[in-house]
Structure formats: structure tokens, C-alpha cells
Write a protein that binds this ligand. Structure first.
Ligand code: FEO
Ligand code: CA
Ligand code: CA
Ligand code: CA
Length: 599
């Protein structure tokens, strides 16, 4: 029925039916095929052994594709026949990576494998002809793994401050590792940004200050990875490393063209559970980054650079552009509804003006690079950004995930994945109007004073859920009996025609279907018509969608397939679907980057 939409020739498809949550299949529309490009453990270098579940070492893992791929981009070179695949490796699932043990030495050895399985990967890809699917290149010149041991440079006003110094780094400028790398964005100058999201889980926290508590929650003495037992920098009780957690929670920038470059963490963009960052160029040439803090009742942020973008044709453009995110101002969003509070009932009934909508402002936390938050220094604003945002009256949101401006219209789309605390620890408001928001929503934001300006208009585009069972879902007014059920929006992307693509994380436990990837037209009579393109296998999350519709190609990172299973009791055999290896050992599901094409 949807196969012949005007202007969608590259990726015309009939939406798939939703797939039940116990089905261990990767499902694509009729006429499409899929194949992994690279899987956890695939070697990036010929000197590194092939994946062997039973012979894992930290040294091998540091040269292999990591675990739990999340953010993804496929950046083609001008020829279109070579390029790089860049991905985050957000976290590990030890229950699926290893057979159980209680041996302390073996647990420590596995801890080191886990450090090597996290971080990021840059992998060259190639193909014979433009438009064909890609394959990855062993020993590609740009191949690189970034891990929990890779050294990063801190940039911006908080670099070198006494909030970020440790016994190992008295200068406060050189941080070992990156943690919880979730979503991200590719900049107009060709670098990749990555959000350090759930970094808090890797530290044992003293939580003896309000600032620490705002990031850690309650005090802890142990962590899931157990690194703190032998690597003191993960123990914030240790007087030498009380500031180590202050060195995580940033936007990191990596240059995928130079495998020897030192990746950076930008303090000017603030510190929180960064989901990711997406950059666009404002009318005056400053660059603007949109960023979510993925926590219940946390905030939406925007960074505006001091410097202006240099066109790629100028000499030294890349070097200059790579300084843009080190200096600028940070803003946090306040949303104001235009309907009476009494009409926000918490049940999805639209207010009498027919829309959850209103205006908003970007409240400055810094101006000309200096704090404007009473009682907080610039360094404090950038390291304890959540506290600064609390003080200025920002709007508590339903877990801001990916937020991305449309390359066609400049309108900004914000995925709010869910919030069990809405209406309990934070009041209802018109931008977050659902009590206990179980299925999440998507907000459309229109800048009203230019892309770098300080006012905006907004309206809710989608109230997610299964329209067959949830009466008051909302799809921008499109007839809901025609749409695909969708729940817990997480990552967003655009195709070349400006359609929004949304991937989900949480559908199985909320609407009973596997997570997937969905297309939503934003303009014209089809606006709001959510159509499901693919479904990931059992207990997986759909991440990092990349839409190359002109080539008829779609890419996703399949994260944590079979995550509720265990070795010997697998619930997923993705992507190879071999129940047992030839030698009788068990088959582990493997997080993988998958490409989908017409064929
Ligand atoms: Fe790692 Fe907010 O998703
Ligand atoms: Ca309204
Ligand atoms: Ca995410
Ligand atoms: Ca997520």
C-alpha cells in the first residue's frame, strides 16, 4: 500500500507487521535482504586472532570489534567505493560473553576484556560499485579501537581545573578512557561526536556531596564490572581519585580520518548523562549542538559555539572547525504550554486547542564563556551542569534521548523515551503530559530566533504506544488505525527527503513487540504516518539508524541481542543462528552492525 509513495523510490516499502517479543529474527520488508557488516569479535587487523568465544583475551579484544554497538555512521569517501564505519560500544553483557565463574583472578582478566570491548570503533569499509552493500576491511589504514584505556584530552574552560585533577593526572587534562558511549552525531567537518551516558555505573561512589549525588544517586561500594577492586581510579572513595567521575559524562569528539589522533572531551558542552549530540550550522556560521540528558526528569540542552564554521574548501578548515566545540555557550530548555493546566489531565486527551504545544526559551548557563548561574563558577557549571540547570528553572523532561535537527527544515526532533516518574516526582506539564509516561513521545521544536537564538516554539508530534490497545495515542493527527505500533523512541535520523526515522528501545516490555526502526513523514498528508521498516531479534535494541535512501541502503546497530539469556541458556542466536559450534561449544549472540538493501 505504501510502495509507490512519490519521492520515496529509493526506499519504497510495505511496512512489516510488528514482531512478537519472543521471536528471535531480524525482519525486513518484502523485497529487502540483510546481512551483518561486522560483529562483536571480528578482527580489525590481520595480526589479531579471529573471534573465539573460548579463547578471549584483552589483547585480542582491543583489536577486534567491540560489544554492544550503539551510535553508528557510515561515512563514504568522495569515490563512494571506500569509507569508514564508526560506532560506539556502549557497554558489555558479561552473562553472554563468558561462562559463569567465581574465581577472582579470572574475573579480573574478564574485567580487562570488558574494558577492551567498550569505547568506540573506526573500521574501513569498501565495495566494488556505488550503491552496493559494504564489507569491512581488515587492516584498513583508518582502523582503530578506542577503549577504556585510550587517552583523551579534556578541552574547554573546565580542563585543568581542580575539579578534574587526580593523582594520575595532576594537570587535569588527560583522561584515560571513555564510558557509556551511547548515541552521537557526525559533524559537518567529518568528525564523530559520542555521548558518555551511563558513566556513573562504573564507579564506587562516596556520594558525600550534593554534586556527586546528583550524578551518582546513593553511595555505592561495588560496581557491576568490579574494576574498582583492582583499578583504584574507579573507586571514588579513594582520596587520590575523588575527581575521577568528574572526568566522564562529556561529549567526546574523534577524528576518524586519523587513527593516531588524540580524541577529546569537550567540557564547554557540559557534563551530564549525555545521550549524544547533533550539530548544525546557524545562519551566522556559528555551530549549534543539541543534546539530551537521559535521566528521568532531566533536561534538554543546546551549545552554541563562539567561533564560526570554516567552509571545507579553505586551507586548514578541518583543524579550525575541530576547535569549535571547545569554546561557546551552554543553554538549557524551558518549555511553556499554551493550554490551561487543568486541560493537561495525564491521560493523553488532547487539550481543547487540539495540540500539546507552546513556546520555550533557551536559558543561558554561560554567556561569553562565563557562568551566569548565581553562586556557581564557570568550571562548576560545566562539571556539575545538572545543578546549574536545576537552579535556573529548566523543564524536567521524560528522559531526553537523541535530539537532531532536520537537515531540510532546521526543525529539531527530540525523542523522549519514557518516564515512570512523570506525575509523581515531577508534575505534569504540556510538554510531558502523560502520567507515568510508559510509551514515550516525540517533540518537534521550531527555533523562532534563528538556529542559535534563545526562543522556540514546540509541539508534540507523536504520543507513542500501540493504537490497538492504547486509546489515546497520537500521530500528528494521522488516522491511527493505519500506523505501526511504536514504543520508547530512542535514536532519530533523517533520509534525504526529510522523513524522520526512529529506532526504539523498550517495546518488548511495553507493547509486547520487538524493537524496530520506523519511518515518519513530517510534511504533507502523510505527516505522522508511522511505518515500521525493520524489527530486531529477541531482547535486542535498535540503535544508530543510518538512512542512505538514495542508494536503497539502511544500516542499524543491533545492540544486546538475547540480553536476558545466559551462556548455555541463550535466548538469541543472532546473527549467525548457529545453535552450536562444530566443537560442541555454545554459540553466543553477537551484537552486530547490519545493512539492509533491496535485492
Ligand atoms: Fe543508552 Fe539513553 O540510551
Ligand atoms: Ca496547547
Ligand atoms: Ca540510546
Ligand atoms: Ca536506550
Amino acid at each position: 500500500a505504501f510502495a509507490a509513495k512519490p519521492g520515496t523510490a529509493g526506499l519504497a516499502f510495505d511496512p512489516i507487521a510488528p514482531v512478537g517479543r519472543l521471536v528471535d529474527e531480524f525482519t525486513v520488508p518484502a523485497g529487502y535482504r540483510w546481512q551483518p557488516i561486522i560483529r562483536w569479535g571480528d578482527p580489525l587487523f590481520s595480526s589479531i586472532p579471529s573471534f573465539d568465544f573460548d579463547a578471549q583475551t584483552a589483547e585480542a579484544q582491543a583489536g577486534q570489534f567491540g560489544y554492544n554497538n550503539d551510535y553508528l555512521d557510515i561515512i563514504a569517501d568522495p569515490s563512494g567505493k571506500t569509507g569508514v564505519l564508526v560506532t560506539n560500544h556502549e557497554y558489555v553483557n558479561p552473562n553472554l560473553m563468558f561462562t559463569p565463574t567465581a574465581d577472582a583472578a579470572e574475573l579480573r582478566r574478564r574485567g580487562e576484556i570488558s574494558k577492551a570491548a567498550m569505547g568506540m570503533a573506526v573500521v574501513e569499509v569498501e565495495r566494488r560499485r556505488v550503491g552496493e552493500p559494504w564489507h569491512y576491511v581488515v587492516d584498513g589504514r583508518r582502523n582503530r579501537r578506542v577503549t577504556v584505556e585510550t587517552v583523551f584530552e579534556l578541552t574547554g574552560p573546565a580542563a585543568g581545573s581542580d575539579l578534574v585533577t587526580t593523582a594520575d593526572d595532576p594537570e587535569g587534562r588527560w583522561v584515560k578512557g571513555t564510558l557509556g558511549n551511547c548515541a552521537g552525531g557526525t559533524t559537518p567537518w567529518g568528525t564523530v561526536l559520542s555521548g558518555e551516558e551511563n558513566f556513573n555505573g562504573y564507579f564506587a561512589w562516596a556520594a558525600d556531596t550534593a554534586a556527586q549525588k546528583r550524578y551518582s544517586g546513593t553511595a555505592t561500594t561495588t560496581t557491576e564490572t568490579g574494576w574498582e577492586q583492582y583499578d583504584a581510579r574507579f573507586d571514588a572513595h579513594d582520596p587520590r581519585f575523588v575527581n575521577e567521575p568528574n572526568r566522564f559524562g562529556y561529549i567526546v569528539e574523534i577524528d576518524p580520518s586519523d587513527p593516531t589522533s588524540t580524541p577529546r572531551k569537550h567540557t564547554a558542552m557540559g557534563r551530564f548523562k549525555h545521550e549524544g549530540a547533533n550539530v548544525t550550522i546557524a545562519e551566522d556560521g556559528r555551530v549549534v549542538a543539541y543534546m539530551g540528558d537521559d535521566e528521568r526528569n532531566d533536561y534538554l540542552y543546546k551549545f552554541v559555539s563562539k567561533g564560526r564554521y570554516t567552509a571545507a574548501t579553505s586551507t586548514g578548515a578541518r583543524r579550525r572547525n575541530m576547535e569549535l566545540l571547545s569554546e561557546g555557550d551552554l543553554f538549557v530548555a524551558r518549555f511553556t504550554g499554551n493550554s490551561p493546566a487543568a486541560e493537561i489531565t495525564g491521560t493523553r486527551a488532547l487539550p481543547s486547542d487540539g495540540a500539546f504545544d507552546g513556546v520555550g526559551e533557551w536559558i543561558a548557563l554561560t554567556r561569553d564563556g562565563e557562568s551566569v548561574v548565581p553562586g556557581m563558577s564557570t568550571q562548576q557549571v560545566l562539571v556539575y551542569t545538572r545543578l546549574a540547570a536545576d537552579l535556573v528553572g529548566a523543564t524536567k523532561m521524560d528522559r531526553p534521548e537523541d535530539v537532531e535537527p532536520s537537515p531540510l527544515t532546521g526543525k529539531v526532533y527530540l525523542a523522549l523515551t519514557n518516564n515512570s516518574n512523570r506525575g509523581r516526582t515531577a508534575p505534569l506539564d504540556e510538554a510531558n503530559p502523560i502520567t507515568g509516561n510508559r510509551y514515550g513521545h516525540v517533540v518537534e521544536l521550531t527555533e523562532t530566533a534563528g538556529q542559535a537564538g534563545e526562543t522556540f516554539g514546540w509541539s508534540i508530534l507523536l504520543l507513542c504506544g500501540d493504537p490497538a490497545t492504547t486509546a489515546s495515542t497520537y500521530f500528528a493527527g494521522f488516522p491511527k488505525e493505519l500506523v505501526s505500533p511504536i514504543s520508547c523512541p530512542d535514536n532519530v535520523a533523517f533520509d534525504s527527503e526529510g522523513n524522520l526515522w526512529i529506532s526504539t528501545d523498550g517495546a518488548p516490555s511495553t507493547i509486547g513487540y520487538n524493537d524496530g526502526l520506523f519511518r515518519v513523514p513530517l510534511e504533507g498528508p502523510e505527516r505522522g504516518n508511522v511505518q515500521q521498516f525493520l524489527s530486531v531479534p529477541r531482547e535486542a535494541e535498535t540503535c544508530g539508524p543510518v538512512i542512505h535512501d538514495r542508494e536503497g541502503l539502511v544500516f542499524v546497530a543491533v545492540q544486546h541481542p538475547g540480553e536476558n539469556g545466559a551462556v548455555g541458556a541463550q535466548t538469541s542466536f543472532f546473527p549467525d543462528y548457529v545453535a552450536e559450534h562444530g566443537d560442541g561449544t555454545v554459540a553466543a549472540p553477537r551484537p552486530s552492525v547490519v545493512q539492509v538493501w533491496r535485492g
